[in-house]
Design a protein around this ligand. Structure first.
Ligand code: ADP
Ligand code: MG
Length: 561
């Protein structure tokens, strides 16, 4: 609320500054007449007075220019801060970012749209708004002046007295401007699409660079540098090709706008010269009128002169609205989707059929119940859809049909095979995503020790890219420590101990069962030793239609998929 008042106030101040600026140009336009008339008449006293007048107006002008820029920048950042927060929210809320990718209607490079496009949008909106506002103001002011001046410029074309048309100079300026705008649009409209792609290719390129940085170890191990260099060069080739397109159309547009701008310098003089040479008007009046004509013309030519910026702006707006559309699409669940309810006593999968985003059947669970306190092992060949079944249970996988009823009010935690850690202090990494300070250091140290990570307990304050420095097994231990801290009622482990040796795994499961005695644990795993920590097994078997069906199977013997 308060934010909005400040924004409005800033905007009004900016508009007032612009009004003052237009006033100053009007004053200077009138001064121009007096000054040159004084020069022509060799009136030295008037000359000095007019110089003082100019100094005062110019000084005010400088103050206005400084504060206009300062307040504009301030407003831009406030606005950008607001908009960034809003878009980040739309992107992240309710797992939208994940579903945007799943549904395949993701706008390309959301990161770039949030970072770059928002910046360009706020900067350009304000700059363009102010340009248009001051163009309208100066149009108003100088049309009045030009209208009045038109009458004194006698001009006879083919026996027709132009000055008999009231304000004919205004019409002349209007004609030039309409002509210029139409031509600029015809020449430059391709720039909109080109700019859109430019944003995209630049972001693609940057993202590839980030991927190399993130996966440096695998690339170094595989000696994938040459392949990466090629991939990067390919992406950059898009940037270059697009740039040549951009250059081509910008060049055409620049040919035109520069030509028009230069022509508009002499155009009023050609129009006004006959009247001057006939002696009907003084030099001062000539320069004032030429100045006023130029102002009117350039205000009317704003579309022509800003065409490149407007094309840029349009592409940024397209990217942002595309992002919003995609985010809104991700928030609305598809008509045929897995229904998740959180009102049961047990976890119950009823007629659940999980499909891939393209509609292919993956796994089904006609009737499966897990009671609180159960220890269930889920097995099945790799690629059979175990992880996707977990995603459906967690409620982030909408594709399919049927119902997932999960226990009401229960804390559910799912640990994937490759845990995620923010680049932050170890304390924040292990307690993620809890709020900072949710756990005391003693609790954290205790959990780390229970997961056999005593060596890390002295490094709680250390900031590092933990996903790159810790070994796979250590990362999985750290993720389990996270589970120990948050004490979920339902813990789903998706091969969450697969990188740990069998003895270590046994110790971890024992620690988990000891510390979370009431928790329901559902694990996915391939190791036969895992049966020791579970009392039920659900196996994914292929039925005659090729679909994997989750059904209870004997705990022993564990059939390898
Ligand atoms: P697993 O049983 O090994 O955990 P997953 O559930 O991870 O198997 O994957 C099952 C199948 O679904 C695989 O063939 C995988 O390629 C496919 N799959 C998983 N996620 C997606 C996705 N987002 N889009 C398309 N196919 C997917
Ligand atoms: Mg899996």
């Amino acid at each position: 609320m308060q934010e909005r008042y400040v924004a409005h106030a800033l905007l009004y101040i900016l508009l007032v500054i612009n009004i003052a600026q237009v006033l100053a140009t009007v004053l200077l336009n009138q001064w121009n007449n007096r000054f040159y008339t004084a020069l022509q008449q060799r009136a030295e006293a008037t000359f000095w007075i007019e110089l003082q007048y100019f100094t005062v107006v110019a000084f005010l002008w400088v103050i206005l220019a400084v504060y206009e820029l300062y307040l504009t920048q301030w407003t831009q950042m406030r606005w950008r801060r607001w908009m960034t927060g809003r878009l980040t929210g739309h992107w992240l809320d309710g797992g939208g970012h994940y579903r945007m990718r799943l549904q395949g209607n993701q706008a390309d490079n959301p990161d770039q749209r949030i970072a770059e496009d928002v910046r360009m949008f706020t900067e350009n909106t304000l700059a363009l708004m102010i340009r248009f506002f001051s163009a309208i103001l100066s149009l108003y002011a100088f049309v009045l002046i030009l209208w009045g001046l038109s009458a004194s410029f006698k001009y006879n074309v083919l026996g027709f007295d132009l000055e008999s048309i009231p304000g004919y100079l205004v019409y002349a300026a209007l004609f030039v401007a309409v002509f210029g705008t139409v031509c600029a649009h015809l020449i430059g409209r391709r720039l909109i699409g080109i700019n859109f792609l430019r944003q995209r290719y630049e972001a693609d390129f940057r993202y590839s660079l980030v991927r190399v940085r993130e996966n440096d170890e695998q690339i170094a191990l595989l000696k994938g540098e040459a392949a990466e260099a090629q991939g990067l060069a390919r992406r950059f080739a898009n940037v270059v090709a697009n740039w040549f397109d951009y250059m081509k159309y910008t060049k055409r547009l620049t040919w035109f706008t520069s030509f028009v701008n230069q022509a508009s310098v002499i155009f009023p003089f050609i129009l006004l010269a006959p009247a001057y040479f006939s002696g009907a008007v003084q030099l001062g009046s000539l320069t004032q009128t030429a100045g006023a004509f130029g102002r009117v013309e350039s205000a009317l030519m704003i579309f022509t002169n800003l065409y490149a910026s407007l094309a840029d702006y349009k592409s940024v707006v397209d990217r942002l609205t595309g992002f919003e559309r995609s985010a809104a699409g991700a928030r609305t669940t598809p008509p045929a989707a897995i229904v998740t309810e959180r009102n049961g006593d047990h976890l119950k999968l009823a007629d659940l059929s999980v499909t891939l985003p393209d509609g292919r059947q993956l796994v089904s669970a006609p009737d499966l119940t897990v009671k609180p306190g159960d220890r269930v092992l889920v097995t099945g060949p790799s690629g059979s859809g175990k992880s996707t079944l977990f995603r459906a249970i967690a409620g982030i996988w909408p594709h399919g049909s049927g119902t997932v009823v999960s226990p009401s009010g229960a804390d559910i935690m799912l640990l994937p095979q490759r845990p995620y850690f923010p680049v932050a202090s170890l304390r924040d990494a292990v307690t993620y995503p809890s709020e900072r300070g949710a756990y005391s250091d003693a609790e954290i140290v205790e959990a780390l020790e229970a997961m056999n990570l005593a060596a890390l307990t002295t490094r709680l304050d250390e900031e590092a890219a933990w996903h790159q420095t810790l070994s796979g097994g250590e990362q999985q231990r750290l993720a389990l420590a996270r589970a120990l801290l948050s004490k979920p009622d339902w813990l789903f482990l998706d091969e969450a101990t697969a990188a740990i040796d069998e003895t270590g795994e046994a110790a971890l499961y024992k620690a988990l069962c000891d510390r979370l005695p009431n928790a329901t644990i559902v694990s996915i795993g391939h190791r036969s030793t895992l049966v020791n920590f579970h009392d039920r097994r659900v196996h994914l078997v292929k039925d005659e239609t090729g679909l994997h069906v989750a059904a209870d199977a004997p705990l022993m013997p564990l059939v390898k998929g």
